[in-house]
Design a protein around this ligand. Sequence first.
Ligand SMILES: [Ca+2]
Length: 549
Amino acid sequence: MTSTELQVPRADLSDPNWWRQAVVYQIYPRSFADANGDGVGDLQGIISRLPYLVSLGIDAVWLSPFYPSALADGGYDVDDYRDVDPRLGTLSDFDELVEALHGAGIKLIVDIVPNHSSDRHEWFREALAAPKDSPARDRYIFREGVGDQPPSDWDSVFGGSAWAQIEDGQWYLHLFAAEQPDLNWDNREVRDDFIKTLRFWSDRGVDGFRVDVAHALVKDLSEPLPSKTTLPRQSESNGLHPLWDRDEVHDVYHEWRQVLNEYDPPRSAVAEAFVPATRRARYASAKGLGQAFNFDLLQADWDYDRFRQVIEENLALAEQNGSSSTWVFSNHDVVRHATRYGLPKDPDGAWQDGKAWLLSNGTEPTVDVEQGLRRARAAVLLMLALPGSAYLYQGEELGLQEVGELPAANLQDPAYFRSKGAEKGRDGCRVPLPWTVGGLSFGFGAGGSHLLQPKWFGTYSVEAQEGDADSTLSLYRKALAVRRGLQSSEDLEWVDGVDWSLHFQRPGGWQSITNFGAAPIELPDGAVVLSSAPLEGDKLPADTTAWLI
Ligand SMILES: [Ca+2]
């Protein structure tokens, strides 16, 4: 089967339900393609790679933040929510990107970061210049300390205290980096400003929003502030934690939904909410954002039991709240799954997140690269056969491994600095993509690469895989094309088989079977349309997925 034979008409761009089973490709703009050769990816770089995005067969692009930012947290520290970072381009480049993507039948989702602004945001600078108890300070969370200590003993997610002191002695709350002061969501002006931002980008043609730490925002900061030792565990808080997943946050999203529904088609939204599965439905409700990420599959080791449990649970939850499920293995925050699957299981039974391996600069233990890639290929076919939407992270279509060997001097992630090196951070999955086998920055741009690419990157390049029918890139292209042809209603029926396999059927006779075991298994009846590795006669080898009709 060639890719030309697989061309199927694209979904209708005006379909209000386009997002329910979309394949969304996440672009981390600073590391995708660099058009002006300054070592940092940019919007024109993305436009220049439009033919590549079209060749993948994706439905939508999700663009991580491209807003003006000092990059204290990779762009999740936003200086101005309604502009483009001049290093990445201009608003007119953005409009050109929207037009180019839409012209190719591809939707665009942008990130929105409502929990905190950057400390360079005009509002925060105003707050610093204004007196205590002023309206400017009330847009953030300022408190007096206790003696010379911060107002509470709360920790920032990135390590260290969640409070930072300013010149007049007051402290401000930052659940993330100190450069990311938390906004005060009890302040009507803050709420109105985000609605203005939603309208600003929706008017420019943006099709949807990915809402960063959607489970934060609204907080209960009534005095006295409780000690961290008395806070409920987030996983059991049921809305009672003062900082995370409060029920009142949904008032914000109900209001957003009304705004998003003013557009035709309504703008979609997906919540990044680290909450227990039972609390996720609130974020995904049709009156709220509409959809919520689940990271359950991402945080599952390669294990048929766990995969089945995650899939069943999330399909049931999505059905209960009228949403569709999301599936993801990799993003800009985690070790790439081709690497995670190549690491031995954690001896304590914890999820193998690859962080300890990263701390050893990618040396200990040795990654079984072949196993990691084989499982990653099997995993993506499984995921793409599931009902719901699939999120791909740039570079996974190349089978790209995590870069473990970044030298300390090149690291950018605040998680590394704030933890004082106890965590290496997330730069290893943010290294600019290899487009060509060789050359300066492997075709990323003419001016090098802001995170250093290792020598082995060229073997994973687009150029190296382009003409190879067995390459991971070819597998993704074929899988997306076949999926487009076979996708129908959001139903799934399990088929019993050997214990270490997962076999299910979708409407129209589309079957997916994955062998998680070590020995080959019998293939079910049907014609194989795609497999993640060569079959062994009529058997499905270990760590392989096949699709049949
Ligand atoms: Ca650039």
